[in-house]
Design a protein around this ligand. Structure first.
Ligand SMILES: O=C(O)CCC(=O)C(=O)O
Length: 201
């Protein structure tokens, strides 16, 4: 889920000033707690499994884009206090939900997302690109099963990078949960949409 904001960040919500500072410095933040309560998260997983069940068998499941257009029940999670209170300290209270996406990657043949800046896709749509992505893994997301990687501080590079390796960086330098002392990225990740990220196969 990706949010846009037009006002000044405010000192409220679920982030400490240290976390806000880390986000601004690094371009991403691993939130130290699960975003939703166990019960609310379990209901989201069940809801998602229901959507997947109905998804056409001849279409890739990574393609479940903007599911909230046809399924307003998803606003229970997308516009929940738990999520808005993470985003508001970064973007301020004047927020809009820009998009949402379930990127479901089946074991062994999940589609790779190459190195990219999300903002490259949106540069003709959003001005200024002042966005926060809340990336929430439904299953355990580890280096072994192809979790997302980000290039630390790449949001400061000011380039439009898409589909290729990042000059001056190699994949082994990218930030993955095991590099920052976490077992996995389960249920907690925010990034700026301007930094460079990839998801290997
Ligand atoms: O989770 C994924 O596969 C891709 C996510 C991504 O590229 C992003 O959040 O920018």
């Amino acid at each position: 889920m990706i949010f846009m904001g037009t006002s000044n960040p405010v000192d409220v919500g679920r982030l400490t000033s240290n976390e806000v500072e880390t986000f601004r410095r690094e371009g991403f933040l691993l939130y130290p707690e699960p975003i939703f309560s166990e019960d609310k998260f379990r209901r989201l997983v069940e809801h998602f499994e229901g959507l997947l069940e109905k998804w056409p068998k001849d279409e890739r499941p990574e393609g479940m884009d903007v599911p909230h257009f046809s399924d307003p029940a998803l606003f229970e999670w997308l516009l929940s206090d738990e999520v808005l209170d993470l985003v508001e300290p970064l973007l301020g209270p004047d927020l809009a939900l820009f998009t949402s996406h379930f990127i479901c990657k089946p074991g062994a043949d999940g589609r790779r997302v190459p190195w990219h800046e999300d903002s490259n896709y949106w540069k003709d749509i959003i001005h200024p690109i002042n966005v926060v992505t809340v990336w929430l893994s439904i299953d355990r997301s580890t280096p072994e099963n192809g979790c997302m990687s980000v290039v630390r501080q790449s949001h400061k590079l000011g380039r439009w990078i898409i589909g290729r390796e990042v000059p001056g960086w190699s994949a082994h330098q990218a930030v993955k949960p095991d590099r920052i002392g976490l077992e996995n990225m389960f249920q907690r990740f925010l990034h700026s949409g301007i930094g460079i990220a990839e998801v290997p196969p």
